[in-house]
Design a binder for this molecule. Structure first.
Ligand SMILES: NC(=O)c1ccc[n+]([C@@H]2O[C@H](COP(=O)([O-])OP(=O)(O)OC[C@H]3O[C@@H](n4cnc5c(N)ncnc54)[C@H](OP(=O)(O)O)[C@@H]3O)[C@@H](O)[C@H]2O)c1
Length: 339
């Protein structure tokens, strides 16, 4: 136990109730953590940075999903990097940085078998939650394997200024796309993806119908659509799909807070004439690509063809704001909480 008269008790965020529609701060509770003594094979970690992700919205409901639901009254979880304070596990020493899944808390006690030591000497700890973590691998697997992007393809990605989308667009350029188009929710994000990240074109989906803006950006159609948002974007992408076009469905954030099922795309018949393909995927099925991606990403980061922006919120007491902020689009790049 680390608690003493001078060290404040560590805190955690618990799910207080399951939201209906948009989550509110009342669905969460900030509480003091119990920090048990270590058993053999365990480590105690003081988290330095934690991830907040759209998929966590799905875990706040008891409905069947691909990730286990959060339990009401219990601490939430998610990606985090922290420093080992005490270890009873071989291969883990005090001072090591570790990546693990016990986020949403300041201090975690966990089985070392579920943590991985990461090297923070040349990249910041936060990179392992973003471009060099699950986020980056999602972009790579979705683009190269699911959408089978080829040099010369015209690639469209929604959520372009977000964590996954910003990597998708840059990877598409690095892999030889003839044109990369992004959509995002503000003029500043549109500027960012074109001027800072090297997208060829981008538009603000709030400025007018997505189908019209996409047709103007890609008058000859698109070969690949990387879908992060669903809804109107998906229908527009199907409408602009070229012969043999591929759509990788990564996420559908536009419907995560819906209380009624959203209408499906009305133009699916277009897949017949284009011989188009739509395929959903989960990053967890593509970990075999991890070493390939991390190796290539290191090279792209070094030569400047890949860069990553992060939006930081400070303190566990603001973690809920950060999470709600992701759902509302308050982030550019990866949204993270510094602890
Ligand atoms: N399949 C997988 O294995 C996997 C893995 C990771 C992530 N994902 C999915 O990938 C997507 C992106 O995740 P991320 O972590 O990179 O999040 P992110 O893009 O960094 O953040 C979410 C972004 O979604 C945008 N957004 C919110 N509501 C929207 C709406 N109604 N229409 C259009 N855009 C909207 C916001 O940006 P704007 O300001 O542009 O609106 C917001 O910044 C999510 O759908 C997530 O669930 C899937």
């Amino acid at each position: 136990m680390t608690d003493s008269a001078t060290t404040p008790a560590p805190r955690e965020v618990r799910l207080a109730s399951c939201p209906v529609g948009w989550p509110t701060p009342e669905n969460f509770e900030l509480a003091t953590s119990e920090v048990p003594a270590l058993a053999d094979g365990q480590i105690r970690v003081r988290n330095v940075v934690m991830s907040v992700d759209p998929y966590m919205r799905g875990r706040m409901s008891a409905a069947k999903s691909y990730a286990a639901p959060y339990e009401v009254g219990a601490a939430m979880g998610g990606g985090a990097v922290g420093v080992v304070e005490e270890s009873r596990a071989e291969g883990f020493a005090a001072g090591d940085h570790v990546l693990h899944a016990e986020g949403w808390r300041e201090v975690a006690v966990l089985d070392a078998s579920s943590a991985r030591v990461v090297d923070t000497s040349s990249v910041p700890a936060s990179a392992y939650l973003g471009v060099l973590g699950m986020t980056g691998l999602t972009a790579y697997a979705g683009l190269t394997r699911v959408a089978a992007m080829k040099p010369g393809d015209v690639v469209f990605v929604s959520g372009a200024a977000g964590a996954v989308g910003s990597v998708v667009g840059q990877l598409a350029k690095a892999l030889g796309a003839s044109k990369v188009i992004g959509s995002a929710g503000s003029a500043e994000k549109v500027r960012h993806v074109v001027e800072d990240l090297g997208f060829d074109e981008a538009f603000n989906y709030k400025d007018g119908p997505v189908s019209e803006q996409l047709r103007a950006a890609a008058p000859d159609g698109i070969d690949v659509y990387f879908d992060n948002v669903g809804g109107e974007h998906l229908e527009a992408a199907i409408g602009s799909l070229n012969l043999g076009g591929r759509i990788a469905v990564c996420g559908m954030i536009s419907v995560y807070n819906d209380t009624e099922p959203a209408p499906g795309p009305r133009n699916l018949a277009r897949l017949i004439q284009t011989r188009g393909r739509i395929e959903g995927f989960l990053v967890g099925d593509h970990y075999d690509l991890a070493s390939e991606y991390f190796g290539r990403a290191a090279g792209w980061l070094a030569d400047g063809s890949l860069s990553s922006r992060e939006t930081f919120v400070d303190g566990i007491d603001h973690a809920v704001d950060a999470f709600l902020g992701v759902l509302r689009g308050e982030n550019t790049g990866k949204m993270l909480v510094r602890l």
